[in-house]
Design a protein around this ligand. Sequence first.
Ligand code: CTP
Length: 413
Amino acid sequence: MRIALGVTGGVAAYKAAELARRLQQESFEVEVVMTRGAGEFIRPLTFAAITGNKVITGMFGAPEAGPANVESAIEHIAVAQRIDLLLIAPATADILAKLAAGIADDFLTTLYLATKAPVVIAPAMNVNMWEHAATQENLGRLRARGVRVVDPDEGYLACGMTGAGRLAGHESILAAVRATLNPRRDLEDETVLVTAGPTCEDIDPVRFLTNRSSGRMGYALAEAALARGASVVLVSGPTALTPPARAQFVAVRSAEDMSRAVHKHLDPATIVVMAAAVADYRPAMQHPHKVKRGTPHQTLDLEMTPDILTETGRHKKNRIVVGFAAETERLADHARRKLKAKPVDLIVANDVTKRGAGFDVDTNVVSFFARDGAERDLPRLTKREVADQIFDEVLRLKSTFKKAHGRANAGQA
Ligand code: CTP
């Protein structure tokens, strides 16, 4: 298997040398493509010595190689065709922006457009650059196109700041490379219905009640299910995220809309995962015009919204239904109670007050409470990793229920 390792100009470029060695040890043929910026941090000779291959440093060959020739001018097409995967590590904010916009002004960006091979990127940058809306939007666009992103770690950064932005560890990057080259297709026979994001309950034409859900957990579930071969319907409240291109996307606003959309798409679903943070109450009446300032006290009269999870569970049939429990205290008690009260097979509980869990972060810390009594605390993982663990648990429950069903039928015979 042949990998093009794109190295861009950040302090973490030196780590790419060790990464190239590890890939080489795993029997990958590695061809390194350096951007001009990368050359400021590390010499091509290091990579050439590690990989035993020529290092590509520019669009038209290195200047010392003499005038550009036809061979070097079309080299990017040749590389694009012969590689099985393009890995960019470290990926700077600049390269993310170029890839997202489809700019092709050097060898690496041209290679990205020219190749049909899967792409994995491992960003590394200053925490503020990482968190900037522009960077996050670019990442969203790349993810929606199927690019696998290995999120950076948190910690001490070269710029002296602390936070997210350190290049992910070699093990995480290698795991993403392996998973991309040998994707599990164990959800090929499944249709997965995912709910995501918050709901918005209108008070009047300009005001509404909502919550802090970003939708990231639900979108990660949709991406993981697609990668494992499932057909996916993503029913989502308003979020800032780009939906995965291959999902059937249904945009909704209120709990009522979400309930209707879920019922409409329920029939073919074999797995339902309700990651949406649905409003439990909505204004009892919506004012047709903007409510004016005037009365010293205003009371908002609220009524209950439909409990979509419970309604779905009533028409459960053989499908596996997963609910979430977002809690701020006594996590296990609340989760066990929800498992009993709602017709669900698995409750994924998270304490949203914990660091690295809950809203607006890329990671989550969850516990599983399954219908067959199994309980498990997971470590802090990226939302994509949590999504994969949820589907592993769903498949485990499916086979457990199938076996129990088989035994019951044999008992009756
Ligand atoms: N849910 C739903 N419909 C609602 C409220 C919640 O389908 N009207 C789903 C959520 O998508 C989630 C699960 O129910 O999967 C649990 O949501 P949560 O708000 O934590 O629990 P509630 O049942 O509303 O209980 P409580 O408010 O007591 O925590």
